[in-house]
Design a binder for this molecule. Structure first.
Ligand code: SF4
Length: 297
């Protein structure tokens, strides 16, 4: 493993991707924000939005004082808007329970709203420099392939967890895992692998053997007008960002989202699916009597 570590870290020192949250000694607050944003949003989009967000919310205290409406507005372009509300709750908890200091133990981090095992480990390693194995979907895939399992669906979680614990160089958990993330983003992708360009190919048991052509059918997401409901929920919030209160009727909001004349089926679907989901996530408020829809206050 020492040779793999040397190869990867030497490559990373030469050719790491540069992001606004990647510094030698990053602020724990910046790592917290970037890891929240990185849950399900493309890195390039975060690279654009991160500096704007940090300018608006330069520290955890200021973030904890924001309103729901303000943070939903500030989350523009990042998708999965309920993460904005979880982040606000997280900041409030950090201020109330931890005096405004980002915790540096795994158990404290994982007790915070919106932080799961991956994010807690990432904050431990990237923000606090702790020795900690990190496994996200990309790192899982790379470890599986390094071990000779070209399709990560065939790898057992326990096997990868044990490999992950032994793989990273002690004292360099941050660089190691960020380097793996770069390998996953650039070469070792889910559907194909560019092994000839990958710095790990001389050590990898799956090098030049990854062929995902015949793999599983993708699950069909619940949709309307051939667009997944998750996109419609995002578009609803986007419309409300431009105009936070639709007082006249929800049909007006619906036609702004669909960008077509709406019919009975659209209204039924919006009533039964999109509005309840957004209310449940506390992203909007909806008055069933007046039909006023507004962004959560
Ligand atoms: S050599 Fe190929 S399969 Fe192995 S880690 Fe690199 S890209 Fe992935």
């Amino acid at each position: 493993m020492i040779e793999v570590q040397r190869t990867l870290l030497e490559w990373y020192a030469r050719d790491a991707r540069s992001f606004p949250w990647r510094y030698v000694n990053p602020e724990p607050y910046h790592v917290l924000i970037s890891e929240y944003m990185l849950q399900q949003t493309q890195t390039q989009r975060i690279a654009e939005r991160f500096p704007v967000f940090i300018e608006q919310y330069p520290n955890v205290q200021i973030l904890s004082e924001t309103t729901k409406q303000e943070i939903i507005m500030a989350w523009q372009g990042l998708g999965y808007n309920n993460r904005a509300l979880r982040l606000r709750e997280c900041a409030i908890t950090i201020v109330e329970k931890f005096g405004g200091i980002i915790p540096d133990t795994y158990d404290e981090l994982i007790s915070l709203p919106g932080i799961g095992p991956y994010t807690a480990s990432a904050i431990m390693a990237f923000a606090h420099g702790k020795d900690m194995a990190i496994i996200d979907v990309n790192i899982f895939r790379i470890y599986a392939r390094l071990m000779g399992i070209s399709d990560p669906a065939d790898a057992k979680k326990s096997m990868i967890a044990s490999f992950a614990d032994q793989a990273y160089p002690r004292g360099k958990a941050s660089e190691w895992h960020q380097a793996l993330m770069d390998v996953g983003a650039r070469w070792c992708k889910a559907k194909h692998a560019l092994c000839n360009e990958c710095p790990l190919h001389i050590h990898c048991k799956s090098a030049f053997q990854v062929n995902m052509q015949t793999k599983k059918k993708s699950r069909k997401e619940p949709s309307h007008r051939d667009v997944p409901n998750r996109i419609w929920r995002g578009r609803t919030i986007e419309c409300l960002r431009n105009r936070p209160l639709y007082a006249e009727s929800k049909e007006l909001l619906l036609s702004a989202i669909i960008e077509h004349p709406v019919n009975e089926q659209d209204i039924h679907w919006f009533d039964q699916t999109i509005l309840p989901a957004l209310v449940k996530d506390s992203l909007i408020e909806y008055d069933m009597h007046t039909h006023i829809v507004s962004i959560a206050s």
